[in-house]
Every structure is written in structure tokens, then in C-alpha cells.
Write a protein that binds this ligand. Structure first.
Ligand SMILES: NC(=O)c1ccc[n+]([C@@H]2O[C@H](COP(=O)([O-])OP(=O)(O)OC[C@H]3O[C@@H](n4cnc5c(N)ncnc54)[C@H](OP(=O)(O)O)[C@@H]3O)[C@@H](O)[C@H]2O)c1
Length: 112
């Protein structure tokens, strides 16, 4: 019988919403999942539910250390097959408010 290879997926932004749900689905399917976000307690609470399938790395995608954090997470997984960039921010900006536009661009476009 061929050995089953465990696929490795990273979800950037998995403390809430779509990212957290995706992480849960992948973990239930047996994937090895790396999850990130700024709220460490939420990362750890999900890891606690799937201790064999989930590893965590807490960081801000707009921070200077974002790439080293990503590399650390890839090392924790010992490889990478799929990466999902889900971290995002959005707010209504009918008047093209610079603060909203800047924050959105920083996280959604320039983050990582
Ligand atoms: N829900 C919708 O209807 C909808 C519609 C269109 C597009 N989207 C996009 O789909 C994605 C997920 O949406 P959602 O509703 O699930 O959003 P959400 O619940 O607010 O989740 C966003 C995730 O991104 C992370 N994140 C945000 N800013 C971050 C930063 N600076 N550094 C690191 N992580 C950061 C958050 O983690 P921390 O706060 O812990 O850092 C959280 O895990 C987002 O990109 C959103 O813009 C959603």
C-alpha cells in the first residue's frame, strides 16, 4: 500500500471568520495546518482542538518580521503545499478616506 502523504497548508489570518473555518475543515480532513493572526489566544484555542494537526505562529502581516515568521511556520510544518492569504481588512470608504484606504492597502495588498 502506498504511504499517504499529509498535505501541508498555511492559512494567513485564521483567528476568526473564513480563515478559522477553513483551518477547521482542513484539520478535520487530516491536513497539517499552520495558522496565523495577531490574537494568540485565538490561535491557541484552535490548536488545542486539533493538537496533532495544527501549529501556530502569531504575527502582524504588516510587521517587519512577517517573512521570518512565515519561514518559521514553514519549518514547523516541515514544508508547504498550499498557502491561503486570507488576512484582510475592509471598511466603507465612499469618500476615499485616506486612513481607511491606507490601512486596507497595508494589510490586503502589501502585507507579506
Ligand atoms: N466576510 C465577507 O463578507 C468578506 C467579503 C469580501 C472579502 N472578505 C475578505 O475575506 C477575508 C476574510 O474575511 P472574514 O470576514 O473572515 O474576516 P475576519 O473574521 O475579520 O478575519 C480576518 C483575519 O485576518 C487577520 N488579520 C487582519 N489584519 C491582520 C494583520 N494586520 N496581521 C495579521 N493578521 C491580520 C485576523 O486576525 P487577527 O485580528 O488576530 O490579526 C483574522 O484572522 C478578508 O481578507 C476579507 O477582507 C470578506
Amino acid at each position: 500500500m502506498p504511504e499517504t502523504i499529509q498535505q501541508k497548508v498555511i492559512i494567513i489570518g485564521a483567528t476568526s471568520g473564513i480563515g478559522r473555518e477553513l483551518a477547521t475543515i482542513y484539520a478535520k480532513k487530516g491536513y497539517f495546518v499552520g495558522i496565523t493572526g495577531r490574537r494568540n489566544e485565538l490561535l491557541l484555542s484552535l490548536q488545542k482542538k486539533f493538537p496533532k494537526n495544527i501549529v501556530t505562529e502569531c504575527f502582524d502581516v504588516t510587521g517587519k518580521e512577517n517573512i521570518p515568521h512565515l519561514q518559521t511556520l514553514i519549518q514547523k510544518l516541515d514544508g508547504l503545499d498550499i498557502i491561503i492569504y486570507n488576512s484582510g481588512y475592509g471598511d466603507v470608504s465612499n469618500e476615499l478616506d485616506w486612513d481607511i484606504e491606507k490601512r486596507t492597502t497595508d494589510v490586503n495588498v502589501n502585507g507579506l
